[in-house]
Design a protein around this ligand. Structure first.
Ligand SMILES: [Mg+2]
Length: 354
């Protein structure tokens, strides 16, 4: 269905009619000039993120449902990265004529799935038209008690450096998708040159073979915010001294924490958690797997530091890996390789402005 047929208000009605409010802090959701939120005795966390088609996502690889899910999750992840609880979310979309009502419903279904997973209320947004492609702007609001908030600037000498999950898989997933896309376009190009109609017809049903690489795709397309890790840390009575989520790559995030905390760090290559599929794919593509794990973005794992006294408690938590420790600033930010060489860390994270 063409969006013009419903009009903006008709579309919004259709997308939001069955939204149920779950949080007591949501006094009023969609349906007035503003949403109304109430946070007595809490500090309010606000994060916002903008995603542009062609810059941040490519609809040849990702379907709209996964895109909706991922767009919500990356914002929810930032609230967890402050040790907060996500509560509300607003979503604004600019869409061109090539999208139908059903497309936008798909996007919303993914977005709402992510919100349901973490009990987040969709409380507002905006829909407008765009001449070219799609733009998504999401704002997530969360809460935390003042004493629970974890900033990037609290890491201290001798603290332990930890990461959740494993790294580099989302980046390898992107490499895989890009490789398949270029193979596909090469084949189409060749068939066109030869005017091979049968080959072109076959290519219209092209299905890339991703077997054995499912985890990489999942990590690229189905981003998960690590609220489960936040929960486990709370249950263990551990409060990180500094924390952030890994969106641009471990190396650049470590630099942020060190710079803002005024400390150095020593990270051990052998301790960096890497999945088997990530290692296999890196080898296939002639890439150094540690470089992929250090600089590949979009893992959305948590990077945090804890006091050395929490060593035993941290080791008992599944899914958290100790990768090094914090040092005095004068020692710099160092990566110790498997063969005991030392390198200064560089922030080579993904830079959307480059
Ligand atoms: Mg972040």
């Amino acid at each position: 269905m063409e969006i013009a047929k419903l009009g903006e208000f008709g579309l919004i009605d259709r997308l939001t009619k069955d939204i149920e409010i779950k949080n007591a802090s949501t006094v009023k959701g969609i349906g007035d000039d503003c949403a109304v939120l109430s946070y007595p005795d809490k500090q309010v966390l606000v994060t916002t993120d903008m995603l542009m088609e062609g810059v941040h996502f490519d609809l040849t690889y990702i379907d709209l449902k996964h895109l909706g899910y991922k767009s919500a999750m990356v914002n929810i992840s930032d609230i967890f990265a402050m040790n907060g609880t996500p509560r509300q979310l607003t979503v604004s979309l600019a869409i061109s004529k090539r999208f139908s009502v059903e497309d936008i419903e798909e996007f919303y279904s993914g977005l709402r799935l992510a919100c349901e997973k973490w009990n987040v209320d969709v409380v507002g947004g905006d829909t407008t038209s765009s001449y070219t492609g799609m733009a998504i702007s999401i704002t997530c609001i969360g809460e935390a008690a003042k004493e629970d908030i974890v900033y990037r600037n609290g890491a201290k000498d001798t603290d332990l450096v930890c990461v959740s999950g494993d790294l580099g898989a989302a980046y390898m997933g992107l490499q895989l998708l890009e490789r398949e896309k270029s193979v596909y376009y090469q084949q189409v190009e060749e068939a066109r040159k030869k005017n091979d109609k049968r080959a072109l017809e076959e290519l219209s049903h092209f299905q890339p073979d991703f077997s054995g690489k499912e985890y990489l795709l999942q990590r690229q397309l189905q981003t998960e915010a690590r609220g489960d890790i936040i929960q486990k840390l709370r249950e263990a009575g551990i409060r990180p001294t500094a924390m952030m989520d890994i969106s641009d790559g471990l190396s650049s995030e470590l630099m942020h924490i060190c710079k803002q905390s005024g400390v150095g760090c020593r990270i051990y290559e052998k301790n960096i958690p890497i999945d088997y599929q990530t290692a296999v794919m890196a080898e296939e593509m002639n890439m150094n797997v540690t470089t992929c794990a250090m600089n590949g973005g979009e893992d959305y794992e948590l990077l945090f530091t804890v006091p050395i006294g929490d060593h035993e408690k941290i080791q008992q938590i599944d899914g958290i890996k100790l990768i090094g420790h914090i040092t005095d600033a004068k020692f710099g930010q160092i990566l110790v390789t498997r063969d005991n060489q030392e390198f200064a860390l560089k922030a080579q994270g993904w830079n959307p402005l480059s």
